[in-house]
Design a binder for this molecule. Structure first.
Ligand SMILES: Nc1ncnc2c1ncn2[C@@H]1O[C@H](COP(=O)(O)OP(=O)(O)OP(=O)(O)O)[C@@H](O)[C@H]1O
Ligand SMILES: [Mg+2]
Length: 409
């Protein structure tokens, strides 16, 4: 028998010579054995010593074996109980097995090996049950830990997405400053030119020697310069309002109805500083009257990532790359095709492109989150799908499809 030390067995029987012989036999095997002379005392002892196995007679004064069995099973169904009963009690024995007894031995026990095998088998089985129970508990624990890790990961991902968004917003602000600089600069130059001309004009006027031609010249200058100031200030105002919309959309989660063509062009305007000084071009083909009810911020983030990827990865060794954006409507579905004619991706890169943290620019500024954010935005925010086609040297083609009207699920 396996290790028996420390294992406790309770023997409940009203016949003293049975108890004695069974106890002596089991003690020889190293068990710690306890006895009780009837069912009632047996139950008391059971509660006291918490045995690992119970041997129990059926016919006993005060409380019979079936009642003991019922109580023990109710208390702890994992404790093996072996019925030891006279040959005349077969129907009770069957009832005991039905109630949860593990095994039975017929009295008088002529061959102690029978007892040995019954006890051994019961311990083997209870060991297996305990093992299974332990595995199950371990599994539940591991599951709970996994759930916590998953939640932590989801939180970390949300934070990363948030910081990625903020970084894009930072880039946008830098772009705004840069782009507005030009019209404002022209405006300032024109206004100071007008200021100098007016001072000169005032001098001539106060000397009393102003000629008609000089007055006409001055008026002409005022007209031209103020016109230029007006055009440039209008341009600045226009830039500010579109940047403002893109920035607000990018930092908020708002859903609204907007014109897709106009909005794409506003986003491109805000991205222009990033590619203006390169030889790359972006062309957009979009039906002018596609109005959609969706999340504009998501579009701005998607385009931002796709365009930055074309510039950084696709056009790494190309000076005049071409990006084309083609948007069409098929019934209620918007089909958004984004292409570049850059380096493209190998099969293995394509398989991983949407995985978070996959990047071929590790250590050179890439976090590998861009495409996974695009994937999540298209599938989760826009309720659509995205497909990538590419081959080395032939650029990339992303086809996104999503409903024109976002619906609450
Ligand atoms: N237009 C493209 N042309 C070629 N390769 C691309 C293109 N877009 C993405 N890739 C490849 O897919 C990888 C994953 O892109 P993703 O935008 O997720 O990460 P990243 O650009 O490397 O880093 P991050 O966007 O987080 O700064 C890139 O590292 C690049 O190898
Ligand atoms: Mg990227």
């Amino acid at each position: 028998m396996d290790d028996t030390s420390g294992k406790k067995i309770l023997v409940i029987d009203d016949e003293i010579y049975i108890r004695d012989s069974v106890m002596g036999f089991l003690e020889d095997y190293g068990f710690e054995v306890f006895e009780a002379e009837n069912g009632r005392i047996g139950l008391e002892r059971f509660n006291e010593v918490e045995p690992d196995l119970v041997l129990c007679d059926l016919r006993m004064p005060e409380m019979d074996g079936l009642e003991v069995l019922g109580n023990v099973v109710e208390k702890n169904s994992k404790i093996p109980i072996i019925i030891v009963s006279g040959a005349g009690n077969i129907s009770d024995t069957v009832e005991a097995l039905r109630l949860g007894a593990w095994d039975y031995i017929i009295k008088p026990i002529q061959d102690m090996n029978v007892l040995y095998h019954a006890v051994n088998k019961a311990f083997e089985r209870s060991g297996l049950i305990e093992q299974k129970y332990q595995y199950q508990k371990d599994l539940e624990k591991a599951n709970a830990e996994l759930k916590i890790s998953l939640e932590t990961l989801e939180r970390a991902r949300d934070q990363l997405v948030q910081s990625e968004k903020m970084a894009a917003l930072g880039g946008l602000v830098a772009g705004v400053a840069h782009e507005i600089n030009t019209p404002v600069g022209v405006g300032v130059t024109a206004a100071s030119f007008l200021d100098a001309k007016t001072k000169e004009f005032k001098k001539v006027y106060s000397s009393g020697e102003l000629k008609r031609s000089e007055l006409e010249n001055y008026l002409q200058t005022v007209e031209e310069v103020s016109n230029s100031v007006l055009i440039n200030m209008e341009r600045a105002a226009e830039l500010i309002s579109s940047f403002k919309q893109v920035a607000v959309d990018q930092s908020s989660e708002n859903r609204r109805i907007f014109n897709l063509n106009e909005y794409i062009n506003e986003i491109l305007l805000s991205l222009r500083p990033r590619y203006k000084k390169t030889g790359h071009t972006i062309t957009v083909k979009c039906d002018e009257d596609i109005e959609i009810n969706s999340f504009p911020g998501a579009f701005s983030q998607i385009l931002n990532n796709l365009i930055m990827n074309s510039l950084v990865h696709g056009f790494k060794e190309i000076n005049n790359g071409e990006i084309s954006i083609n948007i069409s409507k098929d019934k209620d579905t918007i089909v958004f095709v984004y292409k570049d004619d850059g380096a493209g991706m190998e099969e293995k890169q394509q398989e991983k492109a949407f995985d978070p943290f996959y990047t071929t620019m590790r250590g050179k500024g890439g976090t590998g989150l861009g495409m996974s954010i695009v994937f999540n935005l298209v599938t989760q925010k826009l309720n659509g799908g995205i497909d990538l086609q590419s081959s080395p040297g032939n650029g990339v083609c992303f086809t996104m499809k999503f409903p024109e009207n976002w619906k609450d699920n």
